[in-house]
Design a protein around this ligand. Structure first.
Ligand code: ZN
Length: 81
């Protein structure tokens, strides 16, 4: 079983589908049993979906329901990547 730290390292690749089947399975297991990481990945997926939407239709305002710090965190990540 992965630790939260290990999961965190894998998470981006997990979301982007860059993991081996075994690694994917390990992440999936962790999300199943770890509420915090399950919540975290959910939030992250929301941001990614929003960014893809924004990309599809530039000019659309970002809905108020997304906390600004979440968007900032995602932006910071994409800048690093
Ligand atoms: Zn965890």
């Amino acid at each position: 079983m992965l630790t939260c730290k290990e999961f965190d390292d894998f998470m981006i690749d997990y979301l982007e589908g860059n993991l081996s089947i075994w690694q994917k399975y390990m992440c999936w297991m962790h999300v199943k049993f770890c509420r915090e990481c399950a919540y975290y990945i959910q939030q992250y997926q929301k941001v990614i979906q929003l960014e893809q939407k924004a990309f599809d239709s530039p000019g659309d305002p970002v809905p108020d329901t997304v906390p600004e710090e979440l968007i900032k965190a995602a932006m910071a990540h994409y800048k690093k990547a």
